[in-house]
Design a protein around this ligand. Structure first.
Ligand SMILES: [Zn+2]
Length: 271
């Protein structure tokens, strides 16, 4: 299959803000038969919306560009870099796919060391991008993966992102018969729900602490915290673990971002 020059239109059809980088239609090898899509973080500079754009287009020493098909800026803008095969995944594989010819590459601007938490909006945009990419090539959410799933021994990106959560979000954003898409406003609903909850920390008590403790147990998958309604040291320790796993600064204090991630995780788990 030749290069995929429909990328920009499909991204726009998913409601995304698109910038077509000059020359993208002929950039990247035309030996390209993508069926899946790999999610990356850039590990680029902390400042700016898309400071890694030049590297993504031109490559770096020892690795010629393009280094992705789409670069997503911090504000969700999608820079379409290449219609052809890009150098991004390397050795590894996912779902029977191997080689860069088999997968799109999506780079997402983030320092990638856990100090820059992904927002729910960034999850939403990423899922729409992957859905738009694979939609013309079989439309299989199960062939979307994190780079750390493609190459578990070599890679950590996208840092803190759970591939199962990403695939569920992609599934919801693919047009198709099943499963039914979640409401378009699900993320806003999560955000609103989180904003309506109190900030909790060690020493807090009451029904929201019970909800927190039940949520932690649901996410961990076993009863690690007694559901007492009292925010004790054990609860704080598991809150910090949850925060670390989600690249939220591990303060042990449950504010809006931690609530959002907990609500989202429970929605995905259905409990
Ligand atoms: Zn990567």
């Amino acid at each position: 299959m030749p290069r995929d020059t429909g990328i920009a239109d499909r991204l726009r059809a998913k409601g995304l803000n698109v910038v077509e980088v000059n020359g993208w239609r002929t950039r990247g090898s035309d030996t390209f038969n993508p069926r899946g899509s790999v999610d990356h973080h850039t590990a680029g500079p902390r400042k700016g919306n898309a400071p890694s754009l030049g590297i993504c287009v031109n490559g770096r020493t020892g690795l010629p560009g393009p280094l992705c098909n789409v670069l997503v800026g911090r504000d969700g803008t999608c820079y379409v870099v290449a219609a052809g095969r890009a150098n991004h995944a390397g050795t590894g594989g996912w779902g029977g796919l191997t080689g860069n010819a088999s997968v799109f590459g999506v780079e997402r601007e983030n320092v990638g060391d856990g100090s820059e938490p992904w927002t729910l909006q960034q999850y939403d945009v990423a899922a729409r991008v992957h859905a738009a990419l694979v939609s013309a090539h079989g439309g299989r959410a199960d062939l979307v993966c994190e780079h750390k799933e493609w190459a578990p021994r070599r890679k950590v990106d996208a840092y803190g992102v759970d591939g199962n959560v990403m695939r569920q979000l992609v599934r919801d954003r693919l047009t198709g018969p099943s499963p039914a898409p979640t409401p378009a406003n699900a993320l806003q609903a999560i955000h609103a729900a989180a904003k309506g909850r109190p900030t909790l920390k060690e020493g807090s008590s009451g029904p929201w602490v019970k909800d927190l403790q039940a949520g932690l147990n649901a996410v961990v998958g076993r009863p690690v915290v007694p559901v007492t309604g009292r925010f004790d040291g054990t609860t704080a320790r598991w809150v910090r673990q949850f925060q670390k796993d989600r690249t939220i600064p591990p303060t042990g204090v449950v504010g809006t971002t931690t609530w959002e991630q907990l609500i989202a995780a429970r929605l995905v788990l259905g409990k």
